[in-house]
Each structure stands twice: as C-alpha cells, then as structure tokens.
Design a protein around this ligand. Structure first.
Ligand code: CA
Length: 215
C-alpha cells in the first residue's frame, strides 16, 4: 500500500477521498493549498499525488512541475479537452473530472500504483495469491480456475476492500450494466467465488445491501 498525498481545497472532497483510500489500506496526507502541498512533496516524498487543478497558492498545473517522478492523478472540475491534454502533457498519469464516482478514483489509483510499483501486481491474503497482470489466482501455488467474470468480481472486491458494494454497483463495475439488472447474477458469482477460493468469511454478505470484502 502507498503513501498518498491528496491536494484539494474543498475540505469535504479531500476528507472523503482520504477516508476511502485509508479504508483500502493506503496512508493519506491532506493538503488544502498549493504551498502546503509543495512542502509535503519536498519533505515526505509521497508515492502518489491526487491533485486538484484550481488551488489557492499554486495551481495543480504549477505544482506538478515539482512532483519529479512521483505519479500524479489530476482530479478537477475542468472538463475541457485542452485542460486534459495539458495535464497529461505535463506528465500526469491520469485525469479524472469532477463529479466522479469514488470507485472510479480508487480503481484508477490502483492502476497507477500497479504501473509504477511492479510488486503491487501480486496481492496475497490467507493462502491465496492473485497476479493482477496475469489474471492468475492460486492457493499454495496451485491454480484456482475462475471464469472471466468470477475473476473480474474478485478483483473488484479486492480493489474496493473494506468498502460495502451494492449489488447494483457490482453489476455496473463487473458486468458494465448501468440499469437495475438481475442482481441474482451477482449472488451466484459470489457463491462460486466463496466455494472455489474457500473464503466464505472474507466476502461478507450485507443484508439488503450487497457485499464487502474484508481484510
Ligand atoms: Ca479546487
């Protein structure tokens, strides 16, 4: 897990991002203006910066110049293509436009961290190991064969670990179904995952809500 700096002058958004990153195991620092962020970047060398563009002190576009090789994800209300291109040209690893879904931010954080920290491609818990690059799951070195959707569901649960996911949310994230779909599909796949992985107590059923992967 990574030390992440969240630079965002809107207090509630900053706290919400930090809360969610902490829930999945990251360590978070908040900065509410560009000057404060610059000090933390220099003193603490975070492993990833989530960076707003419009900030008091220094803008995100100015601040990224000081980030060196620390990966940056811009989170901004500036949706224009020109701003997006500018952000990416300045070296940002990703660019998210507000308002955004927290799950999308978490997924993008994981992707960027995986890209820069190769060791993070492998995730282990109990006696299970998952190689995200190879989409390979094994127990004590023996492959557990999952269908593509079972694998996608497992990865989604892990990337959002300790966070409650509704069945509709899982349908959206795993099956790309945006309307109220047949949520029994989710239940059936969860049952299969529990059976194949032998991790009944890790995937917790939340009455009338959905599921949470607990670690
Ligand atoms: Ca702002």
């Amino acid at each position: 897990m990574a030390n992440i700096l969240v630079v965002e002058d809107e207090f509630d958004i900053n706290r919400l991002i930090c809360k969610n990153l902490t829930l999945i195991g990251h360590k978070c620092k908040s900065a509410y203006d560009g000057i404060e962020a610059l000090k933390i970047i220099n003193d603490e060398k975070p492993e990833l910066i989530i960076l707003d563009v419009m900030l008091p002190g220094l803008t995100g576009f100015e601040l990224i110049e000081y980030a060196g090789n620390i990966p940056v994800i811009f989170v901004t209300a500036r949706a224009g293509l020109e701003d997006k291109l500018k952000g990416l040209r300045l070296g940002a690893d990703d660019y998210i436009v507000k308002p955004f879904e927290m799950q999308e931010l978490l997924a993008r954080v994981s992707t960027v961290l995986r890209r820069v920290k190769r060791e993070n491609t492998v995730f282990s818990f109990d006696d299970i190991t998952i190689d995200f690059d190879k989409r390979f799951v094994c127990r004590d070195g023996v492959e557990i064969k999952l269908t593509p959707k079972e694998y996608d569901l497992l990865e989604t649960l892990i990337l959002n670990r300790n966070i409650a996911l509704t069945r509709d949310r899982l349908l959206n994230l795993v099956w790309n179904i945006d309307f109220e779909g047949d949520t029994r599909t989710v239940d059936i796949h969860i049952q299969q995952l529990r059976k194949k992985l032998g991790i009944k107590n890790r995937i917790v059923s939340l009455y009338k809500i959905g599921y949470r992967f607990e670690l």
